[in-house]
Design a protein. Sequence first.
Length: 606
Amino acid sequence: MSDLTTNHPENNDSAAGHSAAKASPRIWPLIAIAVCQLAILTIPGRIAPSTMFHFMSMMWGALACLTLTMVWLIAFCRLPLRERLISIGLVIALALGAILFSDPSINAMVLGIVLAPWTIVACGLVALLAIPFGWPVQRFALASVLVITAGLTLCLKLDGVRGTITADFSPRWNPTNEEALLAELKNSPAPHVAPDSAALAASTSTWPGFRGPQRDGVLRGATFATDWDQHPPQELWRRKIGPGWSSFCAIGDQIVTQEQLGDEELVTCYDATTGQPIWRYAIETRFEEPLAGPGPRATPTFHAGKLYALGGSGFVSCIDATNGAEIWRRDLTQDVNAKTPEWGFSSSPLIAGPTVIVFAGDQQFEGQPGETGKAVVAYDLETGEIQWTSGRGKHSYSSPHLANLAGVDQVVMMTDWGVQGLASEDGEVLWENEWDIQPGNRVVQPQIVADSVYVGTGLGMGTRKIDIGRDAENWSATEEWTSRNLKPYFNDFVQFEGHFYGFDDRIFTCIEAATGDRVWKGGRYGHGQTLLVEDAGVLIIVSENGELALVKATPEDHTEITKFRVFDGKTWNHPVVAAGKLFVRNGEEMVGFELRDWQETKTADE
Protein backbone atom coordinates (compact mmCIF):
# COMPACT_ATOMS: atom_id res chain seq x y z
CA MET A 1 0.00 0.00 0.00
CA SER A 2 2.78 2.38 0.88
CA ASP A 3 4.46 1.74 -2.49
CA LEU A 4 1.25 2.48 -4.35
CA THR A 5 0.70 5.63 -2.45
CA THR A 6 4.24 6.77 -3.00
CA ASN A 7 4.16 6.08 -6.74
CA HIS A 8 0.65 7.36 -7.48
CA PRO A 9 0.87 10.21 -10.04
CA GLU A 10 -1.73 12.33 -8.23
CA ASN A 11 0.22 12.03 -4.98
CA ASN A 12 3.43 13.05 -6.79
CA ASP A 13 1.76 16.17 -8.22
CA SER A 14 0.33 17.05 -4.84
CA ALA A 15 3.70 16.65 -3.15
CA ALA A 16 5.39 18.82 -5.77
CA GLY A 17 2.77 21.54 -5.40
CA HIS A 18 3.00 21.36 -1.63
CA SER A 19 6.81 21.65 -1.87
CA ALA A 20 6.57 24.71 -4.15
CA ALA A 21 4.12 26.37 -1.83
CA LYS A 22 6.44 25.86 1.09
CA ALA A 23 9.57 27.07 -0.77
CA SER A 24 11.49 29.66 1.19
CA PRO A 25 11.32 33.28 -0.06
CA ARG A 26 14.37 34.56 -1.93
CA ILE A 27 15.94 36.97 0.58
CA TRP A 28 19.53 37.25 -0.63
CA PRO A 29 18.75 39.89 -3.33
CA LEU A 30 17.38 42.21 -0.62
CA ILE A 31 20.53 41.70 1.45
CA ALA A 32 22.70 42.37 -1.61
CA ILE A 33 20.76 45.56 -2.41
CA ALA A 34 21.17 46.71 1.20
CA VAL A 35 24.94 46.13 1.03
CA CYS A 36 25.13 48.14 -2.21
CA GLN A 37 23.06 50.92 -0.64
CA LEU A 38 25.32 51.05 2.42
CA ALA A 39 28.35 51.29 0.14
CA ILE A 40 26.75 54.15 -1.80
CA LEU A 41 25.98 55.99 1.44
CA THR A 42 29.48 55.73 2.84
CA ILE A 43 32.19 55.23 0.20
CA PRO A 44 31.72 58.21 -2.22
CA GLY A 45 31.73 60.67 0.69
CA ARG A 46 35.07 59.29 1.85
CA ILE A 47 36.93 58.99 -1.43
CA ALA A 48 35.52 62.09 -3.19
CA PRO A 49 33.60 64.28 -0.72
CA SER A 50 31.53 67.20 -2.02
CA THR A 51 32.18 66.33 -5.66
CA MET A 52 29.75 65.78 -8.50
CA PHE A 53 30.45 62.06 -8.14
CA HIS A 54 29.45 62.23 -4.47
CA PHE A 55 26.19 64.07 -5.14
CA MET A 56 25.19 62.06 -8.19
CA SER A 57 25.95 58.75 -6.46
CA MET A 58 23.71 59.75 -3.55
CA MET A 59 20.83 60.73 -5.80
CA TRP A 60 21.02 58.07 -8.50
CA GLY A 61 22.21 55.39 -6.08
CA ALA A 62 19.17 55.91 -3.89
CA LEU A 63 16.87 55.81 -6.92
CA ALA A 64 18.53 52.66 -8.27
CA CYS A 65 18.36 50.81 -4.96
CA LEU A 66 14.73 51.81 -4.42
CA THR A 67 13.89 50.57 -7.92
CA LEU A 68 15.75 47.28 -7.41
CA THR A 69 14.02 46.75 -4.07
CA MET A 70 10.58 47.20 -5.66
CA VAL A 71 11.52 44.91 -8.57
CA TRP A 72 12.64 42.26 -6.08
CA LEU A 73 9.41 42.59 -4.10
CA ILE A 74 7.19 42.48 -7.17
CA ALA A 75 8.89 39.81 -9.27
CA PHE A 76 11.72 37.97 -7.57
CA CYS A 77 11.03 37.54 -3.86
CA ARG A 78 9.28 34.18 -4.51
CA LEU A 79 6.45 34.96 -2.08
CA PRO A 80 2.92 33.66 -2.65
CA LEU A 81 0.82 36.16 -4.60
CA ARG A 82 -1.40 37.05 -1.64
CA GLU A 83 1.55 37.74 0.63
CA ARG A 84 3.29 39.70 -2.09
CA LEU A 85 0.27 41.94 -2.64
CA ILE A 86 -0.02 42.56 1.09
CA SER A 87 3.67 43.51 1.24
CA ILE A 88 3.39 45.89 -1.71
CA GLY A 89 0.28 47.46 -0.21
CA LEU A 90 2.04 47.94 3.13
CA VAL A 91 5.03 49.66 1.47
CA ILE A 92 2.79 51.97 -0.59
CA ALA A 93 0.60 52.83 2.40
CA LEU A 94 3.56 53.64 4.63
CA ALA A 95 5.26 55.69 1.89
CA LEU A 96 2.09 57.69 1.22
CA GLY A 97 1.61 58.21 4.95
CA ALA A 98 5.15 59.55 5.27
CA ILE A 99 4.70 61.88 2.29
CA LEU A 100 1.31 63.21 3.39
CA PHE A 101 1.73 63.47 7.15
CA SER A 102 5.42 64.10 7.80
CA ASP A 103 6.73 67.53 8.81
CA PRO A 104 6.83 70.04 5.90
CA SER A 105 10.63 70.09 6.14
CA ILE A 106 10.73 66.44 5.07
CA ASN A 107 9.76 66.52 1.41
CA ALA A 108 9.88 63.80 -1.23
CA MET A 109 13.55 64.49 -1.97
CA VAL A 110 14.54 64.07 1.68
CA LEU A 111 12.48 60.89 1.92
CA GLY A 112 13.94 59.44 -1.25
CA ILE A 113 17.60 60.41 -0.85
CA VAL A 114 18.10 60.46 2.93
CA LEU A 115 15.53 58.32 4.75
CA ALA A 116 14.58 55.58 2.25
CA PRO A 117 18.20 54.41 1.71
CA TRP A 118 18.73 53.84 5.43
CA THR A 119 15.41 51.98 5.56
CA ILE A 120 16.70 49.63 2.85
CA VAL A 121 19.93 49.11 4.81
CA ALA A 122 17.95 48.33 7.97
CA CYS A 123 15.73 45.85 6.11
CA GLY A 124 18.76 44.04 4.71
CA LEU A 125 20.37 43.88 8.15
CA VAL A 126 17.35 42.43 9.96
CA ALA A 127 16.73 39.98 7.10
CA LEU A 128 20.31 38.75 7.45
CA LEU A 129 20.16 38.47 11.24
CA ALA A 130 16.82 36.63 11.13
CA ILE A 131 17.92 33.96 8.64
CA PRO A 132 18.44 31.28 11.36
CA PHE A 133 14.86 31.79 12.57
CA GLY A 134 13.14 31.22 9.24
CA TRP A 135 10.71 33.22 7.12
CA PRO A 136 7.98 33.82 9.76
CA VAL A 137 10.47 35.71 11.94
CA GLN A 138 12.04 37.47 8.94
CA ARG A 139 8.60 38.57 7.74
CA PHE A 140 7.73 40.02 11.15
CA ALA A 141 11.13 41.74 11.42
CA LEU A 142 10.88 43.33 7.97
CA ALA A 143 7.34 44.56 8.59
CA SER A 144 8.46 45.96 11.94
CA VAL A 145 11.35 47.88 10.33
CA LEU A 146 8.99 49.44 7.78
CA VAL A 147 6.43 50.45 10.40
CA ILE A 148 9.07 51.75 12.84
CA THR A 149 10.93 53.81 10.20
CA ALA A 150 7.66 55.26 8.90
CA GLY A 151 6.67 56.13 12.47
CA LEU A 152 10.05 57.72 13.14
CA THR A 153 9.71 59.75 9.96
CA LEU A 154 6.44 61.19 11.25
CA CYS A 155 8.18 62.11 14.53
CA LEU A 156 11.11 63.96 12.95
CA LYS A 157 11.78 67.29 11.29
CA LEU A 158 14.77 68.22 9.17
CA ASP A 159 17.03 70.91 10.63
CA GLY A 160 18.99 71.19 7.41
CA VAL A 161 22.17 69.60 6.15
CA ARG A 162 25.91 70.11 6.64
CA GLY A 163 28.36 70.84 3.87
CA THR A 164 28.91 67.10 3.54
CA ILE A 165 25.17 66.60 2.86
CA THR A 166 24.80 65.02 6.29
CA ALA A 167 21.26 65.65 7.49
CA ASP A 168 20.43 67.02 10.95
CA PHE A 169 17.13 65.88 12.46
CA SER A 170 15.30 66.73 15.67
CA PRO A 171 11.96 65.71 17.27
CA ARG A 172 9.05 67.17 15.39
CA TRP A 173 7.38 68.51 18.50
CA ASN A 174 10.41 70.55 19.58
CA PRO A 175 10.07 74.22 18.59
CA THR A 176 12.68 75.55 16.22
CA ASN A 177 15.06 78.20 17.48
CA GLU A 178 13.13 80.69 15.40
CA GLU A 179 9.79 79.65 16.96
CA ALA A 180 11.29 79.84 20.45
CA LEU A 181 12.67 83.32 19.75
CA LEU A 182 9.33 84.52 18.37
CA ALA A 183 7.54 83.26 21.50
CA GLU A 184 10.15 84.90 23.72
CA LEU A 185 9.84 88.25 21.94
CA LYS A 186 6.04 88.07 22.07
CA ASN A 187 6.02 87.49 25.82
CA SER A 188 8.85 89.90 26.57
CA PRO A 189 9.75 92.25 23.70
CA ALA A 190 13.44 93.08 23.52
CA PRO A 191 14.29 96.61 24.66
CA HIS A 192 15.50 98.88 21.89
CA VAL A 193 18.33 101.36 22.28
CA ALA A 194 17.38 104.85 21.13
CA PRO A 195 19.43 105.58 18.01
CA ASP A 196 21.85 108.48 18.05
CA SER A 197 20.93 109.68 14.58
CA ALA A 198 23.59 112.36 14.50
CA ALA A 199 26.33 109.89 15.43
CA LEU A 200 25.07 107.33 12.92
CA ALA A 201 24.87 109.91 10.16
CA ALA A 202 28.46 110.96 10.83
CA SER A 203 29.76 107.40 11.17
CA THR A 204 32.11 105.80 8.75
CA SER A 205 32.52 102.08 8.30
CA THR A 206 35.71 100.10 8.59
CA TRP A 207 33.74 97.02 7.51
CA PRO A 208 31.05 98.31 5.12
CA GLY A 209 29.74 94.99 3.85
CA PHE A 210 30.38 91.43 2.79
CA ARG A 211 34.00 90.38 3.54
CA GLY A 212 35.18 93.93 4.16
CA PRO A 213 36.06 97.06 2.15
CA GLN A 214 37.63 95.11 -0.73
CA ARG A 215 35.37 92.07 -0.41
CA ASP A 216 38.44 89.88 0.05
CA GLY A 217 38.10 88.83 3.70
CA VAL A 218 41.12 90.84 4.90
CA LEU A 219 41.40 93.17 7.91
CA ARG A 220 44.06 95.80 7.23
CA GLY A 221 45.54 98.51 9.42
CA ALA A 222 44.94 96.94 12.82
CA THR A 223 46.49 94.43 15.20
CA PHE A 224 45.58 92.81 18.51
CA ALA A 225 47.00 90.31 20.98
CA THR A 226 47.09 86.83 19.45
CA ASP A 227 48.01 84.75 22.53
CA TRP A 228 44.49 83.33 22.58
CA ASP A 229 45.62 80.11 24.18
CA GLN A 230 46.28 82.06 27.38
CA HIS A 231 44.05 85.11 26.96
CA PRO A 232 41.19 84.47 24.53
CA PRO A 233 38.88 87.28 23.42
CA GLN A 234 36.47 88.42 26.12
CA GLU A 235 32.82 87.72 25.40
CA LEU A 236 30.87 90.98 25.74
CA TRP A 237 27.41 89.75 24.89
CA ARG A 238 25.48 86.87 23.36
CA ARG A 239 22.09 87.20 21.75
CA LYS A 240 19.56 84.93 20.02
CA ILE A 241 18.92 85.86 16.42
CA GLY A 242 16.61 84.80 13.61
CA PRO A 243 17.84 82.34 10.96
CA GLY A 244 19.87 83.42 7.97
CA TRP A 245 23.38 83.15 6.55
CA SER A 246 24.13 86.88 6.42
CA SER A 247 27.33 88.31 7.86
CA PHE A 248 27.66 91.83 9.37
CA CYS A 249 28.54 95.29 8.24
CA ALA A 250 29.92 97.59 10.95
CA ILE A 251 29.02 101.30 11.17
CA GLY A 252 30.65 103.19 14.01
CA ASP A 253 29.31 101.57 17.18
CA GLN A 254 26.60 99.62 15.34
CA ILE A 255 26.48 96.33 13.46
CA VAL A 256 23.87 95.42 10.85
CA THR A 257 22.82 91.99 9.63
CA GLN A 258 19.84 90.22 8.04
CA GLU A 259 17.59 87.57 9.56
CA GLN A 260 14.15 85.94 9.32
CA LEU A 261 11.45 86.03 11.99
CA GLY A 262 8.18 84.39 11.01
CA ASP A 263 6.78 86.01 7.88
CA GLU A 264 9.10 89.01 8.12
CA GLU A 265 12.49 89.26 6.46
CA LEU A 266 14.54 91.73 8.47
CA VAL A 267 17.52 94.03 8.21
CA THR A 268 18.47 94.63 11.85
CA CYS A 269 20.78 97.10 13.55
CA TYR A 270 22.36 96.31 16.94
CA ASP A 271 24.60 98.13 19.40
CA ALA A 272 28.09 96.71 18.93
CA THR A 273 29.00 96.99 22.62
CA THR A 274 25.85 95.55 24.21
CA GLY A 275 24.13 93.59 21.46
CA GLN A 276 20.87 95.45 22.12
CA PRO A 277 18.66 96.17 19.08
CA ILE A 278 18.50 99.73 17.75
CA TRP A 279 16.10 99.46 14.79
CA ARG A 280 14.79 96.92 12.33
CA TYR A 281 13.53 97.09 8.76
CA ALA A 282 10.95 94.48 7.78
CA ILE A 283 9.48 93.14 4.54
CA GLU A 284 6.58 90.68 4.62
CA THR A 285 8.19 87.79 2.77
CA ARG A 286 9.85 84.53 3.63
CA PHE A 287 12.38 82.45 1.76
CA GLU A 288 12.89 78.90 2.98
CA GLU A 289 14.13 75.62 1.59
CA PRO A 290 14.63 72.42 3.60
CA LEU A 291 18.36 71.80 3.18
CA ALA A 292 19.86 75.17 4.17
CA GLY A 293 16.81 76.46 6.03
CA PRO A 294 15.02 79.81 6.11
CA GLY A 295 16.30 83.34 6.00
CA PRO A 296 18.32 85.82 3.92
CA ARG A 297 21.63 84.75 2.44
CA ALA A 298 23.27 88.09 1.58
CA THR A 299 24.94 90.77 3.73
CA PRO A 300 23.88 94.45 3.80
CA THR A 301 26.21 97.10 2.34
CA PHE A 302 26.74 100.54 3.94
CA HIS A 303 27.43 103.64 1.84
CA ALA A 304 27.04 107.36 2.52
CA GLY A 305 24.53 107.02 5.35
CA LYS A 306 22.43 104.37 3.60
CA LEU A 307 22.21 100.59 3.67
CA TYR A 308 21.56 98.43 0.63
CA ALA A 309 20.22 94.90 1.13
CA LEU A 310 19.05 91.97 -0.97
CA GLY A 311 16.72 89.42 0.59
CA GLY A 312 16.33 85.74 -0.22
CA SER A 313 13.12 86.35 -2.18
CA GLY A 314 14.66 89.02 -4.43
CA PHE A 315 13.75 92.37 -2.82
CA VAL A 316 16.45 95.01 -3.19
CA SER A 317 16.12 97.73 -0.54
CA CYS A 318 17.73 101.08 0.19
CA ILE A 319 17.42 101.95 3.89
CA ASP A 320 18.25 105.00 6.00
CA ALA A 321 21.07 103.79 8.26
CA THR A 322 20.08 106.15 11.08
CA ASN A 323 16.59 104.74 11.70
CA GLY A 324 15.84 101.87 9.33
CA ALA A 325 13.35 103.85 7.22
CA GLU A 326 12.83 102.62 3.67
CA ILE A 327 14.04 104.95 0.93
CA TRP A 328 13.25 102.71 -2.04
CA ARG A 329 12.62 99.05 -2.81
CA ARG A 330 12.76 96.96 -6.00
CA ASP A 331 11.87 93.35 -6.82
CA LEU A 332 14.24 91.39 -9.07
CA THR A 333 11.51 88.93 -9.99
CA GLN A 334 9.51 91.82 -11.44
CA ASP A 335 12.27 94.08 -12.76
CA VAL A 336 14.10 91.51 -14.89
CA ASN A 337 11.79 88.51 -14.60
CA ALA A 338 14.38 86.76 -12.45
CA LYS A 339 13.58 83.31 -11.11
CA THR A 340 14.17 82.71 -7.40
CA PRO A 341 17.22 80.42 -7.24
CA GLU A 342 17.01 77.05 -5.51
CA TRP A 343 19.00 78.38 -2.53
CA GLY A 344 17.64 81.92 -2.64
CA PHE A 345 19.03 85.23 -3.90
CA SER A 346 22.45 85.52 -2.28
CA SER A 347 24.16 88.51 -3.88
CA SER A 348 25.48 91.08 -1.41
CA PRO A 349 24.95 94.51 -3.05
CA LEU A 350 28.04 96.18 -4.52
CA ILE A 351 28.53 99.95 -4.67
CA ALA A 352 30.17 101.06 -7.94
CA GLY A 353 30.12 104.82 -8.57
CA PRO A 354 26.52 106.05 -8.66
CA THR A 355 25.03 102.55 -8.80
CA VAL A 356 24.35 99.57 -6.57
CA ILE A 357 24.82 96.24 -8.34
CA VAL A 358 23.34 92.80 -7.63
CA PHE A 359 23.16 89.47 -9.41
CA ALA A 360 19.69 88.38 -10.53
CA GLY A 361 20.26 85.56 -13.02
CA ASP A 362 19.15 85.38 -16.64
CA GLN A 363 17.18 82.25 -17.40
CA GLN A 364 16.63 83.07 -21.09
CA PHE A 365 19.96 84.34 -22.41
CA GLU A 366 21.70 81.95 -24.78
CA GLY A 367 23.87 84.48 -26.62
CA GLN A 368 27.28 84.07 -28.16
CA PRO A 369 30.52 85.13 -26.44
CA GLY A 370 30.72 88.92 -26.27
CA GLU A 371 26.94 89.37 -26.33
CA THR A 372 25.22 90.56 -23.19
CA GLY A 373 22.27 89.40 -21.13
CA LYS A 374 20.66 90.73 -17.97
CA ALA A 375 22.05 88.49 -15.23
CA VAL A 376 23.55 91.50 -13.42
CA VAL A 377 21.43 94.55 -12.56
CA ALA A 378 22.65 98.06 -11.65
CA TYR A 379 20.28 100.42 -9.82
CA ASP A 380 20.69 104.14 -9.21
CA LEU A 381 21.85 104.65 -5.62
CA GLU A 382 19.41 107.50 -4.94
CA THR A 383 16.29 106.58 -6.90
CA GLY A 384 16.44 102.82 -7.42
CA GLU A 385 15.93 103.20 -11.18
CA ILE A 386 17.57 100.54 -13.35
CA GLN A 387 20.72 101.93 -14.98
CA TRP A 388 21.84 98.88 -16.91
CA THR A 389 21.60 95.11 -17.13
CA SER A 390 24.33 92.84 -18.42
CA GLY A 391 26.14 89.55 -18.06
CA ARG A 392 25.37 85.92 -18.61
CA GLY A 393 24.59 83.18 -16.12
CA LYS A 394 21.39 81.52 -14.96
CA HIS A 395 22.40 81.29 -11.32
CA SER A 396 25.13 82.31 -8.92
CA TYR A 397 25.45 82.48 -5.15
CA SER A 398 28.53 84.67 -5.44
CA SER A 399 28.40 88.48 -5.29
CA PRO A 400 29.58 91.17 -7.74
CA HIS A 401 33.21 92.10 -7.09
CA LEU A 402 34.81 95.49 -7.84
CA ALA A 403 38.33 95.33 -9.29
CA ASN A 404 40.83 97.36 -11.27
CA LEU A 405 42.27 95.20 -14.04
CA ALA A 406 44.57 96.49 -16.75
CA GLY A 407 43.98 99.98 -15.36
CA VAL A 408 40.18 99.86 -15.73
CA ASP A 409 37.62 99.75 -12.91
CA GLN A 410 35.16 96.94 -13.53
CA VAL A 411 32.81 94.45 -11.95
CA VAL A 412 33.91 90.80 -11.87
CA MET A 413 31.01 88.36 -11.73
CA MET A 414 31.19 84.59 -11.27
CA THR A 415 28.21 82.53 -12.44
CA ASP A 416 27.34 78.98 -13.44
CA TRP A 417 28.55 79.85 -16.96
CA GLY A 418 31.97 81.16 -15.93
CA VAL A 419 33.41 84.57 -15.08
CA GLN A 420 33.06 87.97 -16.79
CA GLY A 421 34.44 91.47 -16.42
CA LEU A 422 31.78 94.18 -16.89
CA ALA A 423 32.36 97.92 -17.25
CA SER A 424 30.97 99.48 -14.08
CA GLU A 425 29.57 102.51 -15.99
CA ASP A 426 27.32 100.72 -18.47
CA GLY A 427 27.76 96.95 -18.05
CA GLU A 428 29.70 96.43 -21.27
CA VAL A 429 31.27 92.98 -21.38
CA LEU A 430 35.02 93.59 -21.37
CA TRP A 431 36.25 90.00 -21.14
CA GLU A 432 34.99 86.55 -20.22
CA ASN A 433 36.24 83.08 -19.45
CA GLU A 434 33.86 80.14 -19.76
CA TRP A 435 33.90 77.49 -17.02
CA ASP A 436 30.52 75.89 -17.47
CA ILE A 437 30.00 73.13 -14.91
CA GLN A 438 26.49 71.70 -14.86
CA PRO A 439 24.69 71.55 -12.52
CA GLY A 440 27.41 73.10 -10.36
CA ASN A 441 26.76 76.20 -8.27
CA ARG A 442 29.18 79.12 -7.93
CA VAL A 443 29.36 80.51 -4.41
CA VAL A 444 32.75 81.94 -3.41
CA GLN A 445 34.21 85.35 -4.25
CA PRO A 446 36.97 85.78 -6.83
CA GLN A 447 40.41 86.82 -5.62
CA ILE A 448 42.20 89.64 -7.46
CA VAL A 449 46.01 89.76 -7.47
CA ALA A 450 47.55 92.37 -9.81
CA ASP A 451 45.92 91.71 -13.21
CA SER A 452 44.96 88.12 -12.43
CA VAL A 453 41.57 86.81 -11.35
CA TYR A 454 41.41 83.62 -9.30
CA VAL A 455 38.07 81.82 -9.23
CA GLY A 456 37.33 78.69 -7.22
CA THR A 457 34.50 76.23 -7.17
CA GLY A 458 33.55 73.03 -5.43
CA LEU A 459 32.33 69.68 -6.75
CA GLY A 460 35.99 68.67 -7.01
CA MET A 461 36.76 71.20 -9.76
CA GLY A 462 39.32 73.43 -8.03
CA THR A 463 40.67 76.95 -8.58
CA ARG A 464 41.54 78.69 -11.84
CA LYS A 465 43.96 81.56 -12.51
CA ILE A 466 42.90 83.89 -15.34
CA ASP A 467 45.33 86.55 -16.57
CA ILE A 468 43.56 89.66 -17.86
CA GLY A 469 45.19 91.74 -20.61
CA ARG A 470 44.29 94.66 -22.82
CA ASP A 471 45.77 96.17 -25.96
CA ALA A 472 44.57 99.17 -27.91
CA GLU A 473 41.29 97.55 -28.92
CA ASN A 474 40.83 94.14 -27.36
CA TRP A 475 40.71 92.48 -23.98
CA SER A 476 42.00 89.00 -23.26
CA ALA A 477 41.27 86.51 -20.47
CA THR A 478 43.82 83.70 -20.58
CA GLU A 479 43.67 80.63 -18.39
CA GLU A 480 47.07 80.33 -16.74
CA TRP A 481 46.33 77.20 -14.70
CA THR A 482 43.56 75.24 -13.04
CA SER A 483 44.50 73.49 -9.80
CA ARG A 484 42.58 70.85 -7.89
CA ASN A 485 44.61 71.58 -4.75
CA LEU A 486 42.06 74.15 -3.55
CA LYS A 487 38.42 73.20 -4.12
CA PRO A 488 36.25 75.71 -2.21
CA TYR A 489 32.59 74.76 -2.06
CA PHE A 490 30.92 77.76 -0.37
CA ASN A 491 33.91 78.69 1.78
CA ASP A 492 35.89 81.74 0.71
CA PHE A 493 39.68 81.82 0.64
CA VAL A 494 42.14 84.66 1.35
CA GLN A 495 45.49 85.77 -0.08
CA PHE A 496 48.58 86.67 1.95
CA GLU A 497 52.18 87.12 0.78
CA GLY A 498 51.89 85.03 -2.36
CA HIS A 499 49.79 82.23 -0.88
CA PHE A 500 46.12 81.37 -0.70
CA TYR A 501 44.62 80.00 2.51
CA GLY A 502 41.23 78.34 2.39
CA PHE A 503 39.18 75.15 2.36
CA ASP A 504 39.99 72.26 0.10
CA ASP A 505 36.53 70.87 0.68
CA ARG A 506 36.60 70.25 4.49
CA ILE A 507 40.35 70.50 5.11
CA PHE A 508 42.16 73.80 5.48
CA THR A 509 44.87 74.27 2.87
CA CYS A 510 47.68 76.57 1.73
CA ILE A 511 48.64 76.80 -1.96
CA GLU A 512 51.03 78.99 -3.96
CA ALA A 513 49.23 81.80 -5.79
CA ALA A 514 51.73 81.75 -8.65
CA THR A 515 51.43 78.05 -9.51
CA GLY A 516 48.48 76.53 -7.66
CA ASP A 517 50.82 74.00 -6.06
CA ARG A 518 49.92 72.76 -2.60
CA VAL A 519 52.16 73.88 0.26
CA TRP A 520 50.36 72.17 3.14
CA LYS A 521 47.01 70.70 4.05
CA GLY A 522 45.80 70.35 7.64
CA GLY A 523 43.15 71.44 10.07
CA ARG A 524 39.66 70.04 9.94
CA TYR A 525 37.09 72.79 10.40
CA GLY A 526 34.29 71.35 8.33
CA HIS A 527 32.86 73.78 5.80
CA GLY A 528 33.78 76.90 7.75
CA GLN A 529 34.81 80.48 6.91
CA THR A 530 38.02 82.44 7.41
CA LEU A 531 39.26 86.02 7.80
CA LEU A 532 42.85 87.25 7.46
CA VAL A 533 44.26 89.79 9.93
CA GLU A 534 47.01 91.07 7.66
CA ASP A 535 49.16 93.09 10.09
CA ALA A 536 49.13 90.30 12.69
CA GLY A 537 49.71 87.52 10.15
CA VAL A 538 46.93 85.33 11.54
CA LEU A 539 43.74 83.73 10.30
CA ILE A 540 40.50 83.72 12.25
CA ILE A 541 38.55 80.58 11.32
CA VAL A 542 34.98 79.82 12.29
CA SER A 543 34.35 76.09 11.90
CA GLU A 544 31.13 74.61 10.58
CA ASN A 545 30.56 73.12 14.04
CA GLY A 546 30.72 76.51 15.76
CA GLU A 547 34.34 76.59 16.95
CA LEU A 548 36.57 79.65 16.73
CA ALA A 549 40.22 79.02 15.81
CA LEU A 550 43.26 81.26 15.46
CA VAL A 551 45.82 79.98 12.95
CA LYS A 552 49.14 81.43 11.78
CA ALA A 553 49.12 82.60 8.16
CA THR A 554 52.40 80.98 7.20
CA PRO A 555 53.38 78.65 4.36
CA GLU A 556 55.65 76.70 6.69
CA ASP A 557 52.93 74.51 8.19
CA HIS A 558 49.43 74.50 9.60
CA THR A 559 49.96 76.04 13.04
CA GLU A 560 46.86 76.40 15.19
CA ILE A 561 47.38 78.82 18.08
CA THR A 562 44.14 77.85 19.83
CA LYS A 563 40.56 76.77 19.28
CA PHE A 564 37.45 77.08 21.44
CA ARG A 565 33.73 76.55 21.05
CA VAL A 566 31.36 79.46 20.47
CA PHE A 567 28.18 77.78 19.14
CA ASP A 568 26.65 74.32 19.28
CA GLY A 569 24.82 74.63 15.97
CA LYS A 570 25.85 74.70 12.32
CA THR A 571 27.80 77.86 11.45
CA TRP A 572 28.31 79.08 7.89
CA ASN A 573 28.39 82.85 8.41
CA HIS A 574 31.56 84.92 7.82
CA PRO A 575 33.25 86.46 10.89
CA VAL A 576 33.85 90.22 11.13
CA VAL A 577 36.44 92.29 13.01
CA ALA A 578 35.84 96.02 13.48
CA ALA A 579 36.82 98.69 16.04
CA GLY A 580 38.49 96.23 18.38
CA LYS A 581 35.67 93.71 18.42
CA LEU A 582 35.07 90.34 16.81
CA PHE A 583 31.53 89.47 15.72
CA VAL A 584 30.39 85.95 14.84
CA ARG A 585 26.96 84.49 14.23
CA ASN A 586 25.09 81.54 12.82
CA GLY A 587 21.40 80.88 12.18
CA GLU A 588 20.57 80.89 15.91
CA GLU A 589 22.89 83.19 17.87
CA MET A 590 25.35 86.04 17.53
CA VAL A 591 28.23 86.93 19.85
CA GLY A 592 30.40 90.00 20.31
CA PHE A 593 33.97 89.66 21.66
CA GLU A 594 36.43 92.30 22.87
CA LEU A 595 39.91 91.85 21.36
CA ARG A 596 42.83 92.51 23.74
CA ASP A 597 45.48 95.14 22.97
CA TRP A 598 43.69 96.48 19.90
CA GLN A 599 45.82 98.92 17.91
CA GLU A 600 45.02 100.68 14.66
CA THR A 601 48.22 100.95 12.68
CA LYS A 602 46.86 103.39 10.12
CA THR A 603 43.73 105.42 9.50
CA ALA A 604 41.09 104.62 6.93
CA ASP A 605 42.27 107.56 4.79
CA GLU A 606 45.79 106.20 4.59
